[in-house]
Design a binder for this molecule. Sequence first.
Ligand SMILES: Cc1cc2nc3c(=O)[nH]c(=O)nc-3n(C[C@H](O)[C@H](O)[C@H](O)COP(=O)(O)OP(=O)(O)OC[C@H]3O[C@@H](n4cnc5c(N)ncnc54)[C@H](O)[C@@H]3O)c2cc1C
Length: 396
Amino acid sequence: MNTNTFAPAYNPDEGIAVEPLQAGGSVAVVGAGAFGGWTALYLLRSGFTVTLIDAWGPGNSRSSSGDETRVIRSTYGNNKFYFDLNVRALQLWKEHEQQWKTRLFQNKGVLWFCYSEHTPLVDDSIPYAQACGMPYEKLSVAELEKRYPIVNTTDLHHAYFDAHGGCLRAREACQAVVKSFISEGGTYIQALAKPGKKEGGRLKEVQLTNGDSVIADRFIFACGSWLGFLFPEVLGNLITCTKQEVYYFGVPASKAVSFEKFPVWVDVDGTNFYYGIPGNNYRGFKIGVDERGESFNPSTGDRTYNTTVLQKAKRFITHRFPDLKDAPLVENRVCPYENSPDGNFLFDQHPEVANLYFLGGGSGHGFKHGPALGERISRIISGSGKIPPFFLLARQ
Ligand SMILES: Cc1cc2nc3c(=O)[nH]c(=O)nc-3n(C[C@H](O)[C@H](O)[C@H](O)COP(=O)(O)OP(=O)(O)OC[C@H]3O[C@@H](n4cnc5c(N)ncnc54)[C@H](O)[C@@H]3O)c2cc1C
């Protein structure tokens, strides 16, 4: 989870339109993570013939979408664009889990631990939350202690509780999206893809490791943290990959229910932006560290945890939740962040190949937006939507 603030000023009329694809046209989407999977599904529903390709499968362990859970929260500081995108995404997540009869969203709420009177990331979202009927509840330290006795509040000024947020079952959701994509008529292929023949400034096909090729009118590379490696000349400096760690701790049996029921939490003013997701399908009490890790290769990088980062996480979790003093590490995951320079997502055409698009730059906060982003991208491709200027290669 990325807890930085970034606030694009956005006038929807200012977006960039692309050459529309006529109904019945074909699209190949490379990458079946949160961005590619949902985009493929919405393109299919818009009347296109869609092929979705992934080297290791939807929600695989190398991908950014491959962990157990991801936070869903509307809190984005003074950033109406991502606030609104999240509100739409939340609606779509709820609709899809009903449609698919699969529990993907856990409405645990999100608890923001604030150290001082003013916390811009939270405070500046409050007017947006109120305007759309999703207000946050302010908790004094005394109220916080009463409601959640497992929290050490000594360094806190107050907390906010957002009852509408929670977490998503991440890797399971990616698989549910692809399952639905196939059942609705899409073609899914497991293979590594690379750009193939080009003619007249257009890509004709992608070549697959199985020797086949896929021909299409449009190609969308939604390859997460691989984007900078696949297109080093265009994206090498724009999408960078860092090693990020999350740890799952075993809670004491006597307090297992209190920890299980605890909301998603974010230590918003702390120096390393710790956050956590309790529950996780009984995998343990998860803590994430939002500090940027070392540069990482998502295909070959070693997924062993960094002991220094683990020690920091242990120190913090013991401080905030004293009952976890002797909690054992029961699992850990290394997931790559696919960082854009400013935290905004990326969607744009290749500068020299008109029908090749890049989609990515989730930057540690993209997962929750998957359905709303996919819906938007399908509108852009069909000519009924525009690319937000801050999604472009030349950020505006
Ligand atoms: C530790 C961590 C915590 C996070 N926390 C949150 C959070 O709390 N909330 C939130 O909303 N977001 C969070 N995020 C961010 C979010 O997970 C990502 O932004 C999102 O999952 C990105 O999805 P993606 O589809 O762009 O990339 P990915 O999930 O990485 O998918 C890319 C896919 O492309 C495939 N691929 C790559 N190259 C090729 C190729 N050449 N041919 C075929 N297939 C290829 C890969 O196999 C992969 O499946 C977090 C990320 C991390 C790492």
